[in-house]
Design a binder for this molecule. Structure first.
Ligand SMILES: [Zn+2]
Length: 326
């Protein structure tokens, strides 16, 4: 852990030289640093469409479409919802977005760096959420911990057939502590960590449905659902993998939404314990709401579970292909 932490501290100093990114003029608005969206769009070959009176701003170039909404943290990258750390702002006929979102969300998805040759993604650690003493969400007799394990086993089998090695944080009804789960991944030399969960709302949860994929909140940023979050936003070990975790979360969310047609709740940020000490890209997928009767039917159904497992595997393979340049 220490060399990684050292890198975290010295990263700016010892990182290999890269061509300098074009500088954009930074302004401060409402207590945040911002750059002009139009400046960035033009420098990167995007046409900007901003209809009069509209809050929606569309950026398009060959094969890529971005959608931003003024005063909102919700954005889209190629029709998949992503949540910004800082809302898009408007002032004097210009639109502004955060350089933090450019660096930690948009660039890692649109222009990921390639892994060095001969560093292949071989091992994936699957974490079936909850287990043992911790049932997770409960709807009637249905416990989340059972369905996360069933799904993890389907994903494991498909990954095995696709040529990956798979490690599991649990393969039965056990409860590894949350802090232990990234450690299990590390000992298995996992290249990626994927935690599987199902959502639930208390009370009448019908009508709220869809999938969302979380990765670690960047240092200095606020999580997507920040209620009750501690105010400590300093970098942690898991932040070393920020760019890759973001791309992984995006590819899985995209695959789930496009292949299964599920409601898109987006790529979100959280400081979950399992992310903080993970030494590899790590994501947590909330695979639907057990509290919505229609979605619950699909969650409890083997055929649909297999489709969902396939969509998760497709997202992992899309990620692998991007970073390995296949
Ligand atoms: Zn859960």
């Amino acid at each position: 852990m220490f060399p990684a932490l050292l890198f975290l501290l010295l990263g700016e100093v010892i990182a290999p030289a890269r061509p300098p990114a074009p500088a954009y003029e930074t302004v401060e608005l409402f207590g945040h640093a911002y750059i002009r969206l139009q400046d960035w769009a033009h420098a990167n070959g995007f046409a900007v469409k901003w209809p009069a009176q509209s809050k929606d701003v569309e950026l398009a170039r060959q094969g890529t479409r971005l959608l931003f909404t003024i005063d909102s943290r919700r954005a889209e990258i190629n029709h998949v919802t992503v949540w910004l750390s800082v809302p898009v702002a408007q002032r004097n006929g210009a639109i502004y977005f955060s350089p933090l979102d450019l660096k930690t969300l948009i660039a890692p998805i649109l222009s990921p760096t390639k892994n060095p040759p001969n560093t292949r993604i071989k091992t994936i650690c699957l974490d079936a959420g909850h287990g043992g003493k911790d049932p997770g969400n409960q709807v009637g007799a249905h416990q989340e911990k059972s369905y996360t394990l069933l799904l993890a086993k389907e994903v494991r089998d498909l990954l095995g057939r696709a040529g990956f090695r798979v490690a599991m944080t649990r393969s039965g009804d056990a409860y590894p502590e949350r802090s232990q789960r990234p450690e299990i991944a590390r000992r298995a030399r996992a290249d990626l960590f994927v935690s599987l969960h199902y959502n639930s709302l208390t009370g009448d949860g019908s009508g709220t449905r869809g999938v969302e994929t979380f990765c670690l909140t960047p240092a200095g940023a606020t999580s997507t659902n920040a209620r009750g979050e501690a105010s400590d936003t300093r970098a942690v070990l898991g932040n070393l993998s920020n760019a890759r975790s973001t791309l992984l979360a995006y590819q899985i969310q995209k695959s789930l939404v496009l292949r299964l047609g599920m409601e898109d709740r987006g790529l979100k940020r959280a400081r979950f314990e399992i992310f903080r000490t993970a030494e590899m890209p790590a994501v947590l997928v909330e695979c639907g709401f057990m509290s919505d009767p229609a979605e619950a039917q699909r969650i409890f159904d083997l055929t649909f579970r297999r489709r969902m497992a396939q969509a998760i595997v497709d997202g992992l393979i899309a990620y692998r292909n991007r970073v390995e340049g296949r």
